[in-house]
Unconditional design. Sequence first.
Length: 598
Amino acid sequence: MRHEKISTGLLGVWLEWREGGAAALTSHSRSLGITNLGTQKEPRVIVFVRCDDAATFPELAEKGITVNEASGPLRTAYLPLRELDEFSEHPDVLRIAATHVAKPKLNIACPFVHVPEFRAENGVDGTGVIVGIVDTGIDPNHPNFAGRIMRIWDQTLTGPGVPEGAFGLELTGPTIVASRDADGHGTHVAGIAAGADSQFTGVAPKAGIVFVKTDFNTGHIANGIRYIFRIARELGRPAVINLSLGSHFDAHDGTDDLSEMIDQLSGPGRIVCCAAGNEAEDNIHARTRIAEGEIARLRFAVPGQVPPVVLNGWYGPTDILGVAIEAPDGQRTPFQGAVGKGSHARSFSLAAGRVMMMTPGVDHTNGDNHFEIQIAGSDSSSAPMAGLWKLLVHGTQTPSGMLDVWATDLEADSTIHFLDAVADDMKIGSPGAAASALTVGSFTTRTAWQDQMGRQHALHLNPDTISPFSSPGPLRNGGPKPDITAPGAVIASALSADSHPDPEFILSSTMRMDLGTSMATPFITGIVALLLQCQPELTPEMAKKLLKFGSRIPDTPPETFSPIWGFGLVDATLLLADNKKSGSRKTRWTPGSSIGVR
């Protein structure tokens, strides 16, 4: 096995399987894309593969290894776990990485964006543009989307799949009713970007919709992006894709596989919009400077009955650090430094749980050192001990000494939080860190509403400012994120008939309220769809420039960037001025004065 070609999480899965068999993988089954557990079939794993651009792998089919794409430097593959060893030996394979689970990002918002004026003065409504969405599903019978759902690739149904992946079922015409949205998140997102409700009109109400219902495995999300762009290309239409989802298993600098896949696939007429995330108030990021010869102790709280805990650490290429874990009962692992050759994964059994430490050293994508630590229950049926755990970091050589660590669990939730060295920035992970993506933060425009029973409800949020949950940047490498802010709290949009939200959020039989950067993102997705109707060859860079000039941070000079706001709240009247090249219009957003999509 070429250990240096295998990512931390994937090597950990391999070690778990070799030591404990398929039963040891139960807690990883969904979060790391492992299938066939609990059956008589052998475990299989979904992975990202970095390889030679023109590499072909016909000889691997007989071993049960499927590489989903025919070309490209970054692809996805599906293989028996037992074949990981031989796959890593293939000369055209440069890197094999685990896929992870991403989470939908919740939402709420109303209209300060002047979209009706933009549509009216430019004569645009999304006609001829594809709005692609990868999410929990879409209600195929909702009147907001009547006649405009062109394709659904339901990755959760059994079927022959599509060219981008031999799994799931592609649905068109009357067969789209076979796919449903029991969660409701995807339907709500779709309604904001492209709904045609008479009262709560979406931003691009006549755009065609291509939907990918996903299981949120990052490899499958990547397949979904490829699928949408292919369908748009075959139809001769520009496309914008909405990703209201994310996770924190990456380097937070845009070099992760899903982010780089977005960069690889984006271009003229192909644009991706991503949610910044909702973790601004969660203590998931710790940043500290490690002094040479000293040991830093970072406490983190683990609640009861959580999936395996993940600590994702990054530090400079010339630093030499050793890491260890101390359990709530005082037991600890040995210190482990970067492993240059052989397996970089070691497992330790403590009374409080099983600790898997992976320290591969310098990462080939960004040149920095990396470690990943997973803490699971002592057996496959238990959770890690609840309480205060400690990450111990020894500085052997620290010319930089700066360490960033993100805490999450294998289900991509922010249930784990730090108590020491807590940092309030750098909370935009994959895929919002993608360089080409338009990454969207949330602005609060409404805090109160009336449900379908006439009852009044309110949230304790401050109106007319950035939403307190909206994840801030910048990226770990200093890259400017988010790009822009849009309404995200609280938003009325489509209600899936198959979902069951809390009654206070239901406005009618077809509409509901919700909040988060997930809902801010489809505002921008819809606006990009309108821009693509005006200019079908619009590139991500051009779209960012237009939105930069068409946004404002209140009481701040134009074109000012903030790691909380990006370039500010979008104002479509400013987009209108730039689009017409008049240079004379000085319209500026004023809180409480605007009209727009509701």
